[in-house]
Design a binder for this molecule. Structure first.
Ligand code: UDP
Length: 406
């Protein structure tokens, strides 16, 4: 269990003191977060750290998961894809099942909190099945800049009932006449995924998971999802390998709310069969924060070749570990990487461009080191969990605390 004060050495006294001040009017306020998985993916990652911190500063914060049958998650994954721009065959059956699972949840879950925070589209319709007696906040974590219009129209039925929509980027604000707030995601520097590790610990974790480590390693850590483009990473690797002898690791755990993971994994496995056989490419599907931590530290370069990316916590995590990142210039990634300063950006279809940047970093360790140092500092200043805590406290103050003179 971690407490706010544990972060003091990393973020400094002022950050801690500002949070304490912002929490004062909110003591005892009951806040509930609802999403669709306890692990796998960035939302679960953040809630794991954020909810205990909210409690530590005096709120009564809780976290619940919407239960869903596999067909529910298959529908919501289609919604997820269509919100990022895919086509969708939006049938009445899909709409009905989506609403029904939410309605069922409402039968056996009381909500009498002072504020409700709903994460992503899965539990979005819940607002229809409760008597609204408090502010409801919808927190969309994905790239909402080009949603499929038909799906967007349908989801707007629910979104409009919320008091505030939170998105990760200015560009994801849609044209809805409602209050928007931008909160950039962040990482927990003290979690098992991000805390410091000695060289011995790194080696031990890699050995435990049988990750070969005697050659330079380039890595992408991401769910097996078409938007993360693991096949594209494979193509980059083939170009890099022609110039620098190195290994590729693709690490992606299977999130319970992402039913497409297995299919994509199998496709990558087939396409990379020879390289897996020769030991050049390793695919990992284990869920281990220690493993992710060790991989991000042991890698010479981390790649994030997303085609869409709401924010990209994997980028933040690698940057925190001073590992140079080469990532797509999409979604939330350019919020984190200033090209050439604290990492490299490449256009998502520019495989050659990705490969050249990776090769450059592998051949210039001094440059890689400097980029890594600057990456770490930019995360420290902008993307640590204490910042999200402050953002939520500010929002709750706006919504829940009556202001004198207003
Ligand atoms: N992650 C993990 N194991 C994996 C792959 C991903 O723990 O094998 C974590 C990763 O470290 C990060 C989160 O899942 O914390 C992914 O967040 P991101 O914002 O990058 O993408 P999302 O999956 O939410 O689209």
């Amino acid at each position: 269990m971690r407490f706010l004060n544990d972060y003091r050495d990393i973020v400094g006294d002022k950050v801690i003191s500002d949070i304490i001040k912002a929490a004062r009017p909110l003591y005892g306020k009951r806040v509930i977060h609802i999403n669709s998985t306890f692990y796998g993916g960035g939302v679960a990652e953040m809630l794991t750290s954020l909810v205990p911190l909210m409690n530590d500063v005096g709120l009564d914060a809780g976290w619940r998961i919407i239960r869903g049958a596999p067909e529910f998650f298959s529908i919501t994954k289609k919604f997820h894809n269509a919100l990022q721009g895919d086509e969708i065959h939006l049938t009445d059956i899909k709409k009905r099942l989506y609403k029904e699972i939410n309605e069922d949840f409402a039968y056996y879950t009381h909500i009498n909190h002072d504020a409700v925070v709903i994460h992503d589209p899965q539990p979005l319709p819940l607002i229809n099945f409760y008597k609204k007696r408090q502010p409801w906040i919808w927190r969309g974590h994905i790239d909402l800049s080009h949603p499929n219009p038909e799906l967007w129209k349908f989801l707007t039925n629910f979104i409009l009932k919320y008091d505030v929509t939170i998105v990760s980027h200015e560009k994801y604000k849609n044209d809805l006449p409602m209050e928007y707030k931008i909160i950039h995601p962040a990482i927990d520097p003290l979690s098992n995924k991000n805390h410091d590790m000695s060289a011995t610990e790194i080696r031990e974790h890699l050995e435990k998971f049988q990750v070969p480590n005697e050659k330079p390693m380039i890595t992408q850590i991401s769910r097996f999802d078409k938007w993360k483009d693991p096949l594209g990473v494979l193509e980059i690797y083939k170009l890099v390998k022609k110039e620098v002898d190195c290994r590729l690791i693709l690490c992606g755990s299977m999130a319970p709310d992402d039913p497409e993971g297995i299919e994509i994994y199998q496709e990558v496995q087939q396409r990379a069969a020879n390289l897996i056989e020769s030991g050049d490419v390793t695919l990992l599907t284990l869920e281990s924060n220690f493993l992710v931590n060790a991989l991000q530290r042991a890698s010479s370069v981390v790649i994030q070749k997303s085609l869409r990316e709401g924010f990209g916590l994997t980028v933040t995590e690698a940057m925190w570990k001073k590992t140079p990142v080469v990532a797509s210039n999409v979604g939330g990634i350019p919020l984190q990487i200033q090209d050439g300063e604290n990492g490299y950006l490449a256009e998502p279809d520019d495989i050659r461009g990705f490969a050249d940047r990776v090769i450059h970093l592998l051949k210039n360790p001094d440059k890689a080191g400097k980029i890594g140092e600057r990456a770490h500092e930019s995360v420290r200043q902008n993307f640590l969990i204490t910042r999200i805590l402050q953002d939520y406290l500010d929002l709750f103050n706006d919504l829940l605390v009556a202001k004198n003179g207003r």
